[in-house]
Ligand binder design. Structure first.
Ligand SMILES: Cc1cc2nc3c(=O)[nH]c(=O)nc-3n(C[C@H](O)[C@H](O)[C@H](O)COP(=O)(O)O)c2cc1C
Length: 397
């Protein structure tokens, strides 16, 4: 049985949900699943905005067929060539051989690379500013390079003022029957997944997202239809403001994120003592994670969120304890910046973790390291408590 939702009279959601998936991109845990959104526009001509992942192919094709209700498909608009959205291009062409595939030069090249045997009889090459009329609906193509692939474009439909935004404004999380932002509790239920999706997948490309936001500001947008998660028709400002903040690498909250690594509990104990002292000195907003336990994608989202970060790590074979090295390298890769960061190292004979952490942090943009780095030998000693108090004072200054 098909499962679709009406977005407007002429536009239908024909996507599908996957709650069996353990890790999105085989990397990021998605305990709430993920939705692959796709939309059919019915007018004098019909258009399909992207396809869906292979895992939901059967349901997706059934949905498209049901909404078209015997009509043929005139256009397939390919906004993004990541396989979770384009895996069904071949199936669509096979079912609707007269369809015209719409994309830019890079899109067409990638279709050839991914699906060598796929040959569309008709293609329509578009670039920035090009239009396509479907009758009353008019599609306006806007390029969004590196949000988060080079071929990405978004599409503004001017009759109903809808921005089909590709992966921008998307989030992890399957849709639970509810499709629109006014049908869900976004802040309470979705925000953390939205932040984790943005920061881990798009986070590196802040300047490119800023460029897209500037283009979007010139459009009169009533609704945003992304390729993952809810459709925005009510509180668009909420998400636009978050995207602006995240893409400027501006912290959302004054608080302290503590991330520690520990094998035998001594670095963990030092982190606990630090946390207690941070609380003693008046900070209420503290979050603490064991980097070996919490998936790095959650730590990255928190690193974007807070303005102050503490990282505590043991030395490991003259190097850095691997889960912490992964976290710091991921922060750097995703362009995390504008933080005050306090480092604590541990080592039993020749502590080196501080040196390695400093090298990574110093290669990042606009990071202020609290000096001096605290160095402990095996375990934090009572005589170091004065040092801890001063260190925390500097962190909270
Ligand atoms: C496999 C292994 C390698 C280590 N390599 C070093 C090292 O190169 N230099 C050092 O000073 N300590 C090294 N240590 C010791 C730990 O850094 C140290 O015992 C630390 O206190 C452990 O903290 P924890 O109790 O939080 O796990 C190593 C420990 C292990 C298990």
């Amino acid at each position: 049985m098909h499962c679709t939702r009406k977005v407007t009279d002429g536009i239908h959601w024909v996507g599908a949900n996957d709650r069996r998936i353990a890790k999105f991109e085989n990397m990021f845990p998605v305990p709430r699943g993920v939705s692959y959104n796709s939309y059919v526009i019915l007018d004098e001509k019909t258009a399909l905005m992207d396809t869906a992942d292979s895992s939901v192919a059967e349901r997706f094709m059934e949905n498209v067929t049901a909404v078209l209700d015997g009509r043929t498909l005139d256009y397939l608009v390919v906004q993004h060539m990541e396989p979770d959205h384009c895996a069904n291009i071949a199936a669509i062409i096979e079912k609707y051989p007269e369809v015209t595939v719409v994309g830019n030069a890079k899109t067409m090249q990638m279709i050839g690379q991914f699906y060598a045997g796929t040959k569309a009889e008709h293609t329509f090459l578009v670039k920035e500013g090009d239009k396509l009329s479907l009758g009353e609906h008019e599609l306006n193509f806007v390029t969004a390079p590196m949000v988060h692939w080079p071929e990405v474009m978004v599409t503004y439909e001017s009759k109903e003022k809808i921005l089909f935004s590709a992966d921008a404004f998307g989030t992890f999380g399957a849709l639970n029957g509810t499709l629109f932002d006014d049908e869900i509790f976004f802040d309470a239920v979705w925000m953390e997944d939205a932040r984790r999706y943005y920061t881990n997948i798009v986070g590196k490309y802040g300047p490119q997202v800023q460029a897209l936001l500037k283009k979007a500001a010139g459009l009169d947008i009533a609704m945003i239809c992304p390729l993952h998660g809810p459709v925005w028709r009510n509180d668009l400002e909420l998400l636009l403001e978050k995207y602006d903040q995240w893409s400027r690498y501006e912290a959302e909250e004054d608080g302290v994120l503590i991330v520690y690594g520990s094998m035998y509990g001594n670095t963990e104990n030092a982190a606990e003592v630090l946390a207690a002292e941070i609380a003693e000195q008046g900070m209420k907003n503290i979050k603490m994670y064991d980097a070996s336990v919490t998936d790095c994608s959650y730590l990255i989202a928190e690193a974007f969120r807070y303005n102050r970060i503490v990282v505590a790590a043991p030395t490991y074979n003259a190097g850095l304890f691997a889960p912490i090295e992964h976290f710091l390298n991921d922060m750097k890769a995703l362009n995390v910046q504008n933080k005050k960061i306090a480092l604590l190292e541990n080592g039993t004979w020749a502590p080196m973790a501080g040196k390695h952490m400093r090298a990574i942090v110093e290669s990042m943009k606009n990071m202020e390291i609290v000096e001096p780095v605290i160095s402990i030998k095996s375990a934090l000693q009572p005589v170091q408590m004065e040092e801890v108090r001063t260190f925390v004072g500097e962190l909270l200054k």
